[in-house]
Design a protein around this ligand. Structure first.
Ligand code: ADP
Ligand code: MG
Length: 225
């Protein structure tokens, strides 16, 4: 199923409805207001209800349209803080993007008590990552190569994973991360929710989506012409 929504010209950030229409806990709603997020962007308005209902979602919208908060709110809504295990994994193509995504999820989560978000990226030393993993985390944001390495070493377990996010899936495929992504997915429970975000939706993205997702809803915010 595909919903194509028409955003108003030239802005992916045109407001499209109140966050209060969503089944989000009050702590998250209050925090959104303090972050200055007073209304949903179109991609948030179109994808969040499906995510919160537990569907797998494929979402495509241009850069700068608020995709991070869309999946961030989706995954945070499913975290059980008292269960201190990795419940959400966000895979990103680069360390810079992973750091940005982790920062946004931390900002969104700051009103929830003690949600621990950890980044695991290549190019960073292993030692501190091992120490952080030993302390535990609810959310891991990382690049596919390094996440796979931690799985191989046994320093990361995804047995309790509830939400898997592939952010910028097209770029991860372009960068040759397909094998690492497949290996990671094999370590996750089949019961997981899978969310795929992308600025473009090519044939190879479609192919991996078909392999990974269960009855996904596709949400696209059309580019203004
Ligand atoms: P994308 O991943 O689609 O490229 P981002 O998630 O990086 O976009 O969001 C772009 C910017 O929009 C960020 O600075 C973010 O803080 C801001 N933003 C996201 N959602 C909202 C919202 N509902 N209201 C106001 N600003 C928002
Ligand atoms: Mg993004």
């Amino acid at each position: 199923m595909t919903f194509v929504s028409d955003s108003t010209p030239n802005s992916g950030l045109v407001h499209d409805g109140a966050f209060t229409s969503l089944a989000l806990v009050p702590e998250l709603l209050n925090n959104l207001d303090s972050l200055g997020y007073h209304a949903m962007t179109p991609i948030q308005a179109d994808s969040l209800p499906a995510m919160l209902a537990g569907h797998d979602v494929i979402a495509r919208a241009k850069t700068g349209s608020g995709k991070t908060a869309a999946f961030g709110l989706g995954l945070l809504s499913r975290i059980v803080v008292a269960q201190f295990r990795v419940q959400a994994l966000v895979l990103c193509p680069t360390r810079e993007l992973a750091d940005q995504v982790a920062g946004e999820i931390r900002r969104l989560a700051r009103s929830l008590s003690n949600v621990k978000v950890l980044t695991l990226c290549g190019g960073a030393p292993f030692g501190p990552q091992l120490a952080s993993l030993a302390h535990g985390a609810h959310v891991v944001v990382g690049t596919p190569g390094r996440v796979e390495e931690h799985l191989r070493k046994g320093s990361l377990s995804l047995d309790a994973l509830d939400t898997l996010v592939l952010d910028e899936a097209n770029r991860m495929l372009d960068m040759g991360f397909q094998a690492a992504m497949d290996a990671i997915v094999r370590e996750t429970p089949n019961s997981r929710q899978t969310l795929l975000f992308s600025a473009t939706y090519s044939d190879d993205v479609r192919a991996i989506a078909e392999g990974l997702m269960r009855d996904p809803l596709t949400v696209e915010v059309a580019e203004a012409h």
